[in-house]
Design a protein around this ligand. Sequence first.
Ligand code: IMP
Length: 364
Amino acid sequence: MAKFITEPSRTFSEYLLLPNLTTRDCVTANVNLTTPLVKFKKGSKPEFELGIPFVSAAMQSVSGETMARELGVLGGVAFVFCSQPPESQATMIANIKKKRGSDNYVIGAAVNTHDYKERIPLLVQAGAEVLCIDSSDGFSEWQSDVIAFVRKNYGEKIKIGAGNVVCEEGFRYLANAGADFVKVGIGGGAICITREQKGIGRGQASALIDVVAARDKYLKEKGIYIPICSDGGFVFDNHIIIALAMGMDFAMMGRYFAGFAESPSAIVTKDGKKYKEYWGEGSARANNWRRYGGDKMKFEEGVDSLIPFKGKLADGLDVSLNKIKSTMCNLGSLNLESFVKNARLTVVSQASLVEGGAHNVTVK
Ligand code: IMP
């Protein structure tokens, strides 16, 4: 008989944080959002850190050259999409590196489990420093093969994150395979129809809680801290805050970044309003680059969509970061490590969800 997990699969909307004492030094100007990007031995410093806990998704409509530079300057990393020929991705990486002049941001690139032997050497030669395996299901021997290829050819010089997983077993497999960070999430992305199409996945909060617990267990056993990236499904800034409190080290987002001017997709005007195009990597549109070779798609796992245009990245990001910092102050925390230690989370009922928004008023 199949095994049943009786706990429901939960999402970020089902949780709230309780405040702690806010001391006088707890003001947003004093909050530090630095977070590790790659694994490190307890007591030492990671080789790569992020200034803000945000990375942009490895997607055609999200992470191009402009996003990589702008997000890099602001403290994050863009994982330049690999759904393009290896040569054109390497050209993008080389251009990003050329323009890095004095800003010391990290150059990230996505890779897949099919053409990595050809792609990775080109990306590394072009200047990629941190790679990320882009796959909806990372609990696979192919991911272990890609990590082994990087270690054999580049030792610890080139970093590589793996995923996505949603449970302890998946995390363990990738940790033992040598992943530098592990990405969590199946089926929660805004443009994702994987759960509908294939019946696999897990509520993002439940997946994150389990994987963070597995990471903490691994840290106790081996003395190695592996950062956890929660990927997809962030709808509101409060979701990012809840995920950070649950122990996520950084968020990977597609829809959030696609809406800004710096994403590679076109602005579309409809009924007098400005939108940006945003399409999934598992949509037919993203797979057009393979038309003349490679596997033919048998079914889609993503949709092609429009999302509201949000203006400049720096402005939008500033608002989100301020909300994070403000909540951290509510919990009496000036850095992310103490935020997790101090966090007390409660599951909310359906009725209290209604209470949480504007209610019993006519919003003007
Ligand atoms: P979002 O931030 O909710 O828009 O989710 C972005 C994430 O969705 C990406 O980082 C991927 O993990 C995932 N994703 C991207 N394209 C597809 C797709 O076509 N199908 C399923 N998941 C996708």
